[in-house]
Design a protein around this ligand. Structure first.
Ligand code: HXC
Length: 251
């Protein structure tokens, strides 16, 4: 990753922050964007204290004009863009009966449309001409019914579809596009919300990984070691997604 330029949406907190630090430790130049200046300032200061060449730009990924300005700022600062990590997401647990029209639309707008916006802006401004790599942080929801997550599950299924279509359409332009489907990740707003707002308990505890573990998977997919891997959705979940019987098999 040395001297690779990486743009991470939602890179100031949670999984995005873990990705930023891991790739930064490997020598990448790290640009992060999010809606909140305060979070960005804190994260950039900490990244720089850790010796990482880092910058931040305020951006609501729902707004194409802000997205284009962000990509422009990254190119102005670093003169290149090698990896886009579409990590920013919005979510809250709610049953379908409690989801307002606007609540559903808001999550789809952040998770799916926001991913498209940043993908398109990076493609137009840099990847189309120079190639590049995109890693979308999705969710292990596709192909199942997910109570309390109708909005996020629909959006993330869309992200997986977008991942595959981008991979095929842009294969001839040296652009690889993959997704990661994290299982439970500790120290994230998503997990805190699930634990504190959800009135039901998940039936069998699945071991939570750290944001840095997701960074390791991103580093692999973004690296030349993965140069023949594109259009894939990789679960990083200790195998919980394929554990259909969910029996307790403690040794
Ligand atoms: C029901 C809710 C709600 C809740 C918001 N809404 N929270 N409805 N239950 N708990 C409704 C609001 O009433 C409103 O609809 C609509 O959603 C938009 O809400 P706003 O607050 O106006 O939107 P906004 O300020 O843009 O905030 C977006 C947000 C917020 C998604 C609602 O939670 C957010 O910004 N989250 C970002 C951080 C985050 O969630 N990170 C965790 C990602 S976890 P009405 O009809 O009233 O106007 C993740 C992992 C997935 O993605 C896997 C998890 C298992």
């Amino acid at each position: 990753m040395r001297d690779q330029v990486v743009l991470i949406s939602g890179g100031a907190t949670g999984i995005g922050r873990g990705i930023a630090f891991y790739l930064g430790d490997l020598g990448a130049k790290v640009a992060i964007c999010s809606r909140t200046q305060e979070n960005l300032d804190k994260a950039v200061t900490e990244l720089q204290q850790a010796g990482v060449d880092a910058m931040a730009h305020v951006c609501d990924i729902r707004k194409p004009d802000q997205v284009e300005r962000t990509v422009g700022a990254v190119l102005q600062r670093y003169g290149q863009l090698d990896v886009l990590v579409n990590n920013a997401a919005g979510n809250f647990p709610a049953l379908l009966k409690d989801l307002s029209y606007n609540g559903f639309r808001t999550v789809v707008d952040i998770d799916l449309n926001g991913t498209f916006n940043l993908t398109k802006a990076c493609y137009s401004a840099w990847f189309a001409e120079h190639g590049g790599c995109i890693v979308n942080i999705s969710a292990p929801f596709e192909g199942a019914g997910i109570p309390y997550q109708a909005h996020a599950a629909a959006a993330k299924a869309g992200v997986n579809s977008l991942t595959r279509t981008c991979a095929v359409e842009w294969r001839g332009q040296n652009i690889r596009v993959n997704a990661i489907e994290p299982g439970p990740v500790s120290d994230t707003e998503g997990m805190q919300r699930l634990n504190s707002e959800l009135s039901v308990q998940t039936r069998n505890a699945v071991p939570a990984c750290s944001p840095r573990d997701i960074g390791k998977a991103v580093a692999f997919l973004a690296s030349d070691d993965a140069r023949f891997i594109s259009g894939q959705c990789l679960a990083v979940d200790s195998g919980s997604g394929v554990d259909l019987l969910k029996l307790s098999l403690a040794e």
